[in-house]
Design a protein around this ligand. Structure first.
Ligand SMILES: NC(=O)c1ccc[n+]([C@@H]2O[C@H](COP(=O)([O-])OP(=O)(O)OC[C@H]3O[C@@H](n4cnc5c(N)ncnc54)[C@H](O)[C@@H]3O)[C@@H](O)[C@H]2O)c1
Length: 338
């Protein structure tokens, strides 16, 4: 696994150190951003006076497709970009997954730089080299493992982030708390929180880059969460879907006799106190979930939680129709009451 340099510092994007770190990588830069991020942060990058060309696409999960990838690749070729370029992906997880995948395949791979601008992208998507696009058959089904050479995180970017996007990032923070380190939720300072999450994920990725063992635990909540996102046509945010996914997978862990009710209540309170919308649409039935999960590249398995901060094993458990049905029934009762 090649090394990635990770810089995390408030205000770093305005610092000459940032310009220097980029110019160490090359002379010509293609920058991929969604339109929202471009309207907010293009001027900041232009201030570096590096040779940058900007390429944009409409914001949102619906853009994370082979079609957008092809469109951006053709734009890069039409502007004369080749193997010697550096590709900067600046934005949320959608931009990083998409831009990182373009970097992996453009002229068989060019230098990649990530500048995450959402909490979710800083604490999770930027780390670990997973890149992908969605297909009509499911999420992240086409992609590659490809590490960026440099990741630059400026917590100041979070000042412009809407509240619901902040909450979405907190879903992945809560995932780390529930699977690895419950104390993470006590960290109130943004920069420290990001740093700790990056540390936790980097360590796991170092041990299991290709996700054959330990890294699977970071998929906690994602078997059900990804299926919900796809069934909802990506109309719910990734984090909101993962929050519901974590609760349903916790209920399945209870059904299997591992997680006790007291710990479950505590987890439920953590998620409700962060304001996650927990109602699910009538589309989220046992049958629809099972057929959607069947397309998941991870298979129809999920991470079982033993207690807060402890998973049963990284050998995930099969999602059976009986367990899922009972978990969905309990979930419906719980969310009716709130
Ligand atoms: N590769 C991985 O390991 C990994 C891990 C977790 C999630 N993901 C992926 O990440 C994606 C979700 O990421 P996301 O939640 O960041 O979504 P996103 O990239 O769609 O960003 C969310 C929204 O915030 C806007 N935005 C971004 N930065 C902003 C800022 N600083 N100020 C104001 N608005 C800003 C964007 O324009 C967008 O509308 C999903 O596709 C998920 O599959 C990947």
């Amino acid at each position: 696994m090649s090394m990635t340099e990770i810089l995390i510092q408030k205000g770093i994007l305005k610092n000459s150190f940032f310009t220097q770190a980029l110019s160490n990588l090359g002379a010509r830069f293609a920058v991929i951003m969604d339109e929202t991020v471009a309207s907010l942060y293009r001027p900041l990058l232009q201030n570096t006076h590096l040779d940058l060309t900007f390429f944009t696409f409409p914001p949102g999960e619906k853009s994370k497709t082979r079609r957008t990838k092809e469109y951006l690749e053709d734009q890069l070729f039409s502007c004369g970009f080749d193997r010697g370029c550096v590709l900067i992906s600046m934005g949320g997880g959608v931009t990083l997954d998409l831009g990182g995948f373009i970097a992996a395949t453009f002229c068989r791979g060019v230098s990649s730089v990530f500048i995450p601008t959402t909490l979710l992208a800083m604490v999770d998507a930027a780390i670990g080299g997973k890149t992908a696009v969605n297909t009509p058959y499911g999420k992240n089904l086409i992609g590659a493992f490809y590490l960026p050479k440099l990741i630059v995180m400026d917590p100041d970017c979070l000042d412009t982030l809407p509240e619901h996007e902040h909450r979405s990032g907190m879903a992945e923070v809560i995932k780390y708390a529930l699977t690895l380190d419950p104390t993470i939720l006590e960290i109130t300072e943004k920069e420290k929180l990001i740093q700790r999450c990056v540390e936790l994920k980097s360590q796991i990725v170092q041990e299991d880059y290709l996700e054959n063992g330990k890294r699977r635990m970071l998929n906690f909540g994602h078997t059900i969460g990804h299926a919900i996102e796809a069934l909802e046509g990506y109309a719910v945010s990734h984090g909101d879907a993962i929050a519901v996914g974590m609760l349903i997978e916790c209920l399945m862990s209870c059904e299997l006799g591992y997680l006790n009710k007291r710990s479950f209540s505590h987890i439920f309170n953590i998620l409700t106190s962060h304001g996650f919308p927990l109602e699910i649409s009538p589309k989220i039935t046992q049958q629809n979930l099972l057929s959607q999960i069947a397309f998941d590249k991870k298979g129809s398995r999920f991470i079982v939680l033993k207690d807060i901060g402890e998973v049963v094993s990284t050998n995930c458990h099969e999602v059976t129709s009986e367990i899922l049905e009972r978990a969905l029934d309990t979930y419906a009762e719980l969310t009716c009451k709130t």
